[in-house]
Design a protein around this ligand. Structure first.
Ligand SMILES: [Zn+2]
Length: 127
């Protein structure tokens, strides 16, 4: 598989370039990446702020950037939807949930709809 370098705030990351034939592998990688980032976030929340914590947080941010890059690849390969929908097209996981999509390839702004559906948002709208 071909690779390229992604630069983010002076840091470099090697990104695999997925061919169209491996689009399902790319989707699986993004799902796994979201899971890993959510797990890592839960761990980070429990740690006390220290230099170690700051370094881990930076690593976590870089991992988010990498995952967004893979979402962009997925879009370029023609898939621009949330990865958490069942076979009937119903989303079973919110993009905005605390442990939802860290990176989402969707062209549709589900997170906006989810934001507007929050109890606080509807109250503000009805005023
Ligand atoms: Zn999503």
């Amino acid at each position: 598989m071909q690779t390229y370098i992604l630069e983010y705030q002076g840091k470099k990351a090697v990104i695999d370039q997925y061919p169209r034939a491996q689009i399902e592998e790319l989707k699986a990688r993004i799902r796994l990446g979201n899971q890993k980032l959510n797990d890592a976030w839960e761990d980070l929340r429990k740690l006390e702020v220290s230099d170690h914590w700051k370094a881990e947080l930076e690593r976590w941010h870089l991992a988010n950037v990498k995952l967004s890059e893979y979402c962009s690849q997925l879009k370029r390969l023609g898939f621009g939807d949330c990865l958490y929908k069942d076979e009937n097209g119903v989303k079973y996981k919110g993009c905005l949930e605390p442990l939802g999509c860290r990176a989402c390839p969707s062209d549709i702004s589900y997170w906006e709809k989810e934001l507007m559906a929050l109890p606080g948002a509807s109250k503000r709208r009805s005023k």
